[in-house]
Design a protein around this ligand. Structure first.
Ligand SMILES: Cc1cc2nc3c(=O)[nH]c(=O)nc-3n(C[C@H](O)[C@H](O)[C@H](O)COP(=O)(O)OP(=O)(O)OC[C@H]3O[C@@H](n4cnc5c(N)ncnc54)[C@H](O)[C@@H]3O)c2cc1C
Length: 438
């Protein structure tokens, strides 16, 4: 029997049994068999969601990774058709040499295309290109006991829209057609500068975001007082000259899970301080290969193990622009007071391009994301305080990262949930959905 599957945060620790299918043609029968044996299931991509949205309520998932083929590619237009279990890294490996790149990429290239659609992921260019779902032309959807459907903006439109950000609940996406973006080189031209506080972050974002494809900031979540919100602002654009090289960085690996988390107040504070000081106080231009620019954490395989056996949770919220500055200051104060948080918290402005997805996470505003080792204090003290701030600011949390949000908060923040529930395939149910809806 294959090893149990988990979500990335390993919290909740609910081992999943993966049922793999190797050929697209066998998928309908495979789905019938799994549902017949276990009554309910859930598609599972590569488990890069942190919380419980990729965990089946039955703990029996349809593991999609073996469906990883490129079906068709038109290198004149950059339209590709792929099986849904292919990873973004595998797409880049064939697209880059042809002069094409993903239109939107999250901070890991190990997510699958199916997972990227089902969470409608966003990247450092949300302010320019919106979410992944905006670049999906069509996909195949398999619902239990029904003929296969092709979904596109003008074909089965309600299911197209519900499946983008649909958390795997509307059916199995088995193939997808995506529009890539042209590039001349695989390198990224960057400009980096550190900022002293939140006000400087908002000023840099207002000045630079409109002029660059990619924009992101790493912040020191433990800095207090006048230093609250200090960090490093990085913008980037695809280089206009260079080579078309697929990343081949050597990967390191965390070989085993220690019994307790290696992340503590001391190591966090020292690292964040060092990282901030290591960056230039003047704007500095540079050039980076695409992997360290987009996927710094992918360099270390199994890095999630450093949080120990209890696992960790990521907190990612987005707050509307009008309330972003005071809400972010309050959130950072609460996090610094708790003395918890991650090495690199990510702060980013989201743009106002609408997603076709019903339950897409980003909204025009500012998003904050950071990791916390799992603990009782986190659940009982830190998260409730952060949730109060986000709720009061009219913001919301990202289901792809979540393992704690209350049903009331979810339903308030995602009022279209009832439309998704109406289109859910009754044989598919996640731990997340049963937690926030049932
Ligand atoms: C280091 C790191 C950085 C990240 N950075 C970002 C970021 O910048 N932006 C962002 O948006 N996210 C980010 N994420 C989250 C990640 O991109 C998403 O959770 C993504 O959806 C994971 O894809 P997956 O293939 O692993 O899917 P899984 O995590 O396995 O599943 C995710 C969801 O997709 C559904 N699903 C999977 N395959 C299919 C399918 N074939 N058909 C239908 N439904 C399916 C599942 O049921 C589940 O609901 C990051 C994660 C990590 C670990």
């Amino acid at each position: 029997m294959s090893a149990p599957l988990y979500s990335w945060g390993r919290f909740p620790r609910s081992p999943q049994r993966g049922h793999s299918c190797v050929w697209l043609d066998d998928l309908p029968e495979h789905l019938d068999r799994v549902i017949g044996d276990h009554r309910s299931s859930l598609p599972y991509g590569n488990g890069r969601s942190y919380g419980d949205s990729c965990l089946a309520a039955s703990d029996q998932v349809l593991h999609m990774r073996s469906l990883d083929r490129l079906i068709e590619a038109d290198w004149a237009t950059g339209v590709i058709k792929v099986e849904a279990g292919i990873t973004l890294a595998e797409v880049l490996a064939v697209a880059i040499p042809q002069g094409w790149f993903l239109p939107v990429t999250p901070g890991t290239q190990f997510a699958t295309v199916g997972g990227a659609i089902a969470n409608d992921v966003h990247g450092k260019n949300h302010h320019v290109r919106g979410t992944f779902g905006r670049h999906v032309l069509s996909f195949g959807l398999l619902r239990h006991g029904q003929p296969e459907l092709t979904c596109a903006p003008d074909s089965n439109a309600p299911l197209f829209s519900a499946s983008i950000g649909g958390l795997g609940l509307t059916g199995i996406i088995h193939w997808a057609q995506i529009q890539l973006i042209p590039i001349r080189a695989s390198q990224i031209d960057t400009s980096t500068v550190r900022f002293a506080n939140l006000a400087e972050f908002f000023a840099l974002s207002a000045e630079l975001d409109d002029h660059h494809e990619y924009s992101v900031a790493w912040i020191d979540c433990l800095a207090k007082g006048a230093d609250t919100g200090r960090g490093v602002f990085i913008v980037g654009d695809h280089a206009q000259y260079g080579s078309l090289e697929v990343g081949q960085r050597k990967k390191l690996s965390v070989p085993l899970t220690p019994p307790v988390s290696l992340i503590n107040r001391l190591s966090l504070s020292a690292f964040n301080n060092l990282y901030w000081r290591a960056h230039p106080s003047q704007r500095t231009r540079g050039r980076s290969a695409y992997e360290p620019f987009f996927y710094p954490l992918d360099r270390i395989l199994h890095w999630n193990r450093i949080y120990g056996r209890r696992g960790f949770q990521q907190y990612q919220c987005v707050v509307p622009q009008a309330s972003a500055a005071p809400a972010m200051a309050e959130l950072l104060r609460a996090i610094a007071d708790a003395g918890q948080g991650s090495f690199l918290a990510v702060l980013k402005r989201c743009g106002d391009l609408r997603s076709p997805g019903l339950l897409s996470f980003p909204m025009s505003g500012t998003s904050l994301a950071l990791d916390f080792p799992q603990s009782e204090q986190l659940e009982n003290v830190v998260f409730p305080r952060l949730d109060d701030i986000v709720r009061a600011a009219g913001g919301r949390l990202y289901p792809a990262k979540d393992a704690h949000m209350s049903g009331a908060d979810f339903r308030q923040a995602y009022p279209a949930w009832e439309r998704l529930e109406a289109l859910r395939d009754p044989s598919l149910m996640s731990r997340f959905w049963s937690r926030v809806i049932l």
